[in-house]
Design a protein around this ligand. Sequence first.
Ligand code: MRU
Length: 354
Amino acid sequence: MEPLLWVDEALEIIDQSLLPDRILTLRLESLAALREAIASLRLRGAPALGLAGAWGTALACREAGDPAAPGYESRVRELAEALARVRPTAVNLAWGVRQVLDTLEAAAPGDWPVLAVDCAARLHAEDRAAGQALCAAGAELLREGGRYLTHCNAGPLATSGVGTALGIFLEGRRRGLDFEVLVDETRPLLQGARLTTLELREAGVRHRLITDSMAAFAMARLGVDGVFIGADRIALNGDTANKIGSYGLALAARAHGVPFHVAAPLSSVDSACPNGAGIPIEERDGAEVRGYAGLRWAPSGTPTWNPAFDVVPAELIQDIVTEQGLLAAPFSRSIRDALSRLRVPNSHRARSTS
Ligand code: MRU
C-alpha cells in the first residue's frame, strides 16, 4: 500500500484513520487539507511525514501566489515552516521542509514551483531506496522459528511504502523465514492493532495481537528473541524518541535480556540534538486517553496526560538499523560516522523548524 503519492499536482493519501475497515484515498490539493491530514493522523509515521513536508513545500510554492510578486519567497517559507510545526516530534517533517527550502534557496523564485516538485520526488525515491537497504540489513537479525515484538506501526504505511522496523519482518518473510511477531496494540490510537496487524496479514507473517500491558509478561512467559521499533527522532548520542510505550518496552527488554533494535533511515537523526532531553514531545488531546472513536470510557472531563511519544535512552538500545547497515554503541561515534558518509549533509537539519 502506498500511503502517499503525488498525482496530477496534488498529494493522494490513504486515510489511515479509517483503517483497517475502510480503504479511502483522499486527494489533498491544499496545504490546509495536508495540515489537517497530518494533525489527525490520516497520514502518519516519521518517514511518511518527511515526504509530506517535502510535498507540502511544493504546495506552498503554489499557494504563495505569483513568484514574481514581492514577498513570494518569505510567504513560501512561512507556509512551509508552519506545516513543519504541525507535529513536533518526528524530525522528518521539518527535515522534508528544510531539504526542499534549501534546494530552492539558490534558484530564481520563478523556478521554485517546478524545483520543489523535483526535489520532493527525489526525496521520495531516496526514502524507498533507504527503506529497502535498511530492511535488507535488518532481516539478517531474524532467525527461523524466532519470536519478535513490535510497537506502533513502522511498516509501508508509515513510510514511502517499504517500512522500517516492520519492513524488516516483511523482508524476512520474503526470504522464506518463518517466525512470529507479537504486536502491541499501541494505545491510545491503536496503530499496532489497526495497521501493523493488517500489514503483517497481507504479507503472510504469523502474528498475535497483545495489549501493551502484556509485553513484559510475553517476554517472561512466551520468550521473545528481539524487539524492533521505528523512530521519530534520534539524537546524536542514540537516544531515540518513538511512540509512547517504547521506553517501557526497552526497560522490560533489558530486564529479560532481550535485544532491543531501533530501525530508522538517517533522515530520522537530528544533528542539532545532542541527546534525548532536547527532543520535543508532542502532547495530544486528552479525549484520546478517555476513549476512542467516539466511545468514551472514562468520566467526562477526567484530567489526562497524553504524550504521543517517549524517549528510549541509548544505553537500552542494542543497535540502530539504517540504510548504511547496523550502527552499534557507542552511538555518538557510529552515528557521527554514518552522517559523515551522507551525500547531502545532515546539517540541513540543524536549522530544522520544529
Ligand atoms: O503518531 P504516529 O502514528 O505518527 O507515530 C508513529 C511512530 O511512532 C512510528 O513508530 C515511527 O514514526 C516510525 S515509522 C517508520
